[in-house]
Design a protein around this ligand. Structure first.
Ligand code: SRM
Ligand code: SF4
Length: 561
């Protein structure tokens, strides 16, 4: 529906961006003020563009607000060279909570950073030639790309394009470098800074966040249809001939607001690789120019596509790039997820896929993953790759080093064979409590126990070997992409979740709301009759999500519109 009413008031974020296009705010002076334990609300918005979220420890709230920061790195395709990995490992220990959190978009997050350590952590990341600029905020964020290394040269080829876009869609403000690298305040009396307008984004950047990903069929590991902008590699004889453009995907929604909803991206058309930058900029500037700047809940690119339609969008892309896209070429996704254990790369080297529970690299009494990885990377200078399912890959390992790496892991309680059950390997949870300010319920801290109970149920009902993709989030924003899962738990209030059912293995279908409220303790009771029927009624090879779509959706029209 196209709104024709008189222009509504701009959102507060638009007003402050317009007044501070360098995104410097008063960050530098607050950073220098040792008495301040936090930044102002408006600076909190600018900090996001710098990859920083101001949070407080929600476990401690009853006593007092204990401010702390989450810092998110921007790592195209999730590739982390050995030298950077070692710096991140050290910085997490020195200034964070001694964990590294692999994100669902192949980034690293540092949690629990207090203000006195923030500057040092940021300097350390930049000194390692990495960055957090544009990891968050109303700009293009980390660009995702298939992380499984070099099963063919195509993976590296696509990664090159992901890196290119990550660079070319960066905002150009000097504030980030000045504050976090040079440790200085941006001189806002300087005319060029005062009149700063970003050459791509303009003065007010995008109306909302913008997400980009690349996928190589048949593997949809990046969940391509949940991105604002997507590129599906089209190949002939294993060589890249171009991309199908996808646009307008996104998952975030709000409880009780039917104008917000998850949306699968449209497939817009095909183009050859040399146009990648022009096409990306066309889509990004359509969001810049047409996105809703009055209502942040309606500001994502997906609503532009929904309201104006894909035909309009296709024309608008053509107008901006100067030619029409060809019709989309055929493609087929059949699977998602990661490969675990040792695998051979096309160049003769090996990679090791490692399961990381809820993406959290840490040491516990039974498993010292953080220490083991440090030792391996120190000794073998191994490249690390972060996957979109919050797991990790050690890449480019020589045949001779494999046994030594396997034995270091074993010495730290980690086996490279049968690393986790099928259910765990296919699961994801967002961080939620205690760090996320938007969490309505637990996620990362409770999913492992919920999975243990579901596994027992599956075994009891004779389907213990079946993989079911299960994802949980502490609120409806959808950070672990629960609306694409076969079973999705979405936090409603403490200890209560919406239950979504019916995603598929190739992650091309949204699931549907099955039950509005399920208490944590009732999850198994709720699933028992469904899994029981699935065990009886499934067709040969039919997955739980497909059975739900075939049987349940037919019987119970979806609770959501
Ligand atoms: Fe997210 C906000 C964590 C991927 C949709 N997300 C947040 C914040 C920053 C909370 C906040 O704004 O105060 C969370 C920080 C929690 C913490 O303590 O760490 C947060 N999001 C995450 C991560 C770490 C979840 C994870 O389990 O790994 C992911 C970081 C990815 C990265 O490296 O960039 C993460 N977030 C996603 C995804 C999945 C994806 O992009 O593939 C989505 C759904 C897709 C989409 O964008 O629609 C997602 N996050 C949101 C939203 C809803 C946006 C919307 O359109 O309504 C918010 C809230 C917001 O922006 O206002 C949000
Ligand atoms: Fe926080 Fe909600 Fe995202 Fe979970 S889904 S990290 S609770 S914003």
């Amino acid at each position: 529906m196209i709104t024709t009413a008189a222009p509504a008031k701009l959102s507060h974020n638009e007003v402050i961006k317009d007044a501070n296009p360098t995104l410097a705010g008063t960050i530098a002076s607050t950073l220098a003020d040792a008495r301040a334990d936090r930044f102002s609300e408006d600076d909190g918005q600018f900090l996001k563009f710098h990859g920083i979220y101001q949070q407080d420890d929600r476990d401690a709230r009853k006593v007092a607000k204990h401010y702390m920061f989450m810092v998110r790195g921007r790592l195209p395709g999730g590739v982390v060279p050995a030298s950077q990995y070692l710096v991140f490992d050290h910085l997490a220990e020195a200034y964070g909570n001694n964990t590294l959190r692999i994100t669902s978009r192949q980034g690293f997050q540092f949690h629990g950073v207090v203000k006195s350590g923030l500057g040092k952590l940021m300097k350390g990341i930049n000194d390692a030639l990495s960055t957090t600029l544009a990891a968050c905020g109303d700009v293009n964020r980390n660009v995702m790309a298939p992380s499984t290394p070099s099963t063919s040269p195509l993976v590296e080829r696509v990664l090159e394009d992901a890196r290119l876009l990550c660079r070319s869609l960066l905002p150009k403000t000097r504030a980030y470098h000045q504050i976090w690298v040079e440790g200085q305040e941006l001189d806002l009396a300087d005319k060029s800074e005062k009149d700063f307008v970003d050459p791509l984004y303009g003065k007010t950047y995008l109306p909302r966040k913008f997400k980009t990903a690349f996928a190589i069929p048949p593997l949809n590991d990046v969940d391509i249809f949940t991105n604002c902008l997507g590129f599906i590699a089209i190949t002939e004889n294993d060589a890249l001939v171009g991309y199908n453009l996808t646009a307008g995907g996104g998952l975030g929604m709000s409880h009780g607001n039917s104008e917000t909803f998850p949306r699968i991206a449209d497939v817009v058309g095909f183009f050859s690789p040399e146009h990648i930058e022009a096409v990306a900029k066309a889509v990004l500037t359509i969001h810049r120019d047409w996105g809703d700047r009055t209502n942040r809940k309606h500001a994502r690119l997906k609503y532009v596509l929904e309201d104006r339609g894909v035909e309009w969008f296709r024309e608008e892309v053509a107008r901006r790039i100067g030619f029409k896209l060809e019709s989309a070429r055929p493609f087929k996704f059949t699977k998602q997820g990661d490969l675990f254990g040792w695998h051979r790369q096309f160049d003769g080297n090996y990679f090791l896929g490692l399961y990381v529970e809820t993406g959290r690299i840490k040491d516990t009494a039974s498993c010292q993953l953080k220490s083991a990885l440090r030792k391996i990377v120190e000794q073998f200078r191994t490249e690390v790759r972060l996957t979109p399912s919050q797991n990790l890959i050690l890449a480019n390992v020589s045949q001779e080093s494999r046994d030594a790496i396997t034995s270091i892991l074993a010495g730290h309680g980690i086996s490279v064979e049968n690393q986790a059950t099928v259910i765990r390997r296919a699961s994801m949870a967002c961080p939620a409590l205690p760090t996320c300010g938007l969490a309505l319920a637990e996620s990362e801290r409770v999913l492992p126990d919920i999975l243990t109970r579901i596994e027992a149920l599956l075994t009891e009902l004779g389907v213990g070997d079946e993989e079911i993709i299960i994802r949980s989030t502490g609120c409806p924003n959808g950070c672990a992409r629960p609306y694409m899962a076969e079973i999705g738990f979405v936090g409603k209030s403490p200890n209560k979740y919406q239950l979504y059912l019916g995603g598929n293995e190739s992650s091309t279908r949204l699931n549907r709301l099955y039950k509005e409220i399920v208490k944590t303790e009732d999850i198994v009771t709720e699933l028992r009759p469904l899994i029981g029927r699935y065990a009886q009624e499934r067709l040969a090879g039919e997955r739980f999500g497909d059975w739900c779509a075939r049987m349940l959706w037919k019987e119970n029209p979806p609770a959501q519109s």
